[in-house]
Design a protein around this ligand. Structure first.
Ligand code: SAM
Length: 254
């Protein structure tokens, strides 16, 4: 069966890497685990050895049929379908562990965040650069909208790098395993979440400018308002913490 590039089929065969993924996900015999894209089922089988319940969602009919016929493990609940459309809201508490296809990285993370009611954590193989952006701290070149949007809902931790040579076929770039534990509540309280994210996006759309310049489209008195939030308007957007963006958003949305 030829790997399908358009479905992001870069398979992992190395048993030691697969074991490290399961270990980093912290799976116990009480856990319900969702795997997105089981492929040939190698990671799936390791997950089934540890977890109480494994739900594996595969979009490729050929792979799905093969997994079904192989009956890799009778305890695995195989689902044929698109992981972006799965009703995660109906599950009891669950963890997601997956070597996800790159083309759905951001949509799948935000789909899961959106239905995070019973989600405990996501442990995902993503492109190395994306993992660095997700876990980045203020003042670094990787820090931006993605860092803040994910860190608002989860606590990310870059676990380890997976060199591109570990995948078949070999992709263009290295990957990394990122673990994201869902927060019970956001790290900051804001008056208006939508407005908070709008400020963050506007600020980073001109990240090289000073904060005052980057946000001047929002208000005529932007300099004074930034000072009112206790922030120096000459700073660059990339140096502000989530707490500082929250203060700024609360001053601006008055
Ligand atoms: N888990 C396997 C491994 O580690 O070797 C396969 C990983 S491969 C990177 C991604 C898998 O996701 C493929 O099996 C692909 O067919 C499947 N896939 C692609 N798009 C999907 C989607 N929207 N929903 C569910 N599965 C998808």
């Amino acid at each position: 069966m030829k790997p399908k590039k358009h479905l992001g089929q870069n398979f992992l065969y190395d048993p030691s890497i697969l074991r490290r993924i399961v270990q980093a996900a912290g799976i116990s015999s009480e856990d319900t685990v969702v795997e997105i894209g089981p492929g040939h089922g190698r990671l799936t089988c390791l997950l089934a050895e540890r977890a109480k319940r494994v739900i594996a969602i595969e979009l490729d009919r050929e792979l799905y049929e093969k997994l079904r016929q192989d009956e890799v493990d009778k305890d695995i609940e195989l689902v044929h379908g698109n992981a972006l459309r799965y009703p995660y809201e109906d599950l009891p508490e669950f963890k997601v562990v997956a070597n996800i296809p790159y083309y759905i990285t951001t949509p799948i993370i935000f789909r899961l965040i959106e239905s995070r009611g019973n989600l405990i954590s996501m442990t995902l193989t993503v492109q190395r650069e994306v993992a660095k952006r997700i876990a980045a701290n203020p003042g670094t070149k990787d820090y931006g909208v993605l860092s803040i949007m994910i860190q608002y809902y989860a606590i990310p931790e870059l676990k380890f790098i997976i060199p591109k040579g570990a995948f078949r076929p070999v992709p263009k770039v290295d990957s990394a395993l990122i673990h994201m534990r869902i927060r019970k509540s956001p790290p900051v309280e804001v008056k208006d979440e939508k407005f908070f994210f709008r400020i963050v996006k506007t600020a980073f759309s001109q990240r090289r400018k000073t904060l005052a310049n980057a946000l001047k489209v929002l208000s005529e008195n932007i300099k004074d308002e930034i000072i009112m939030a206790g922030i120096d308007p000459q700073r660059r957007p990339g140096t502000l913490s989530i707490e500082e963006f929250a203060k700024l958003s609360d001053v601006l949305c008055l």
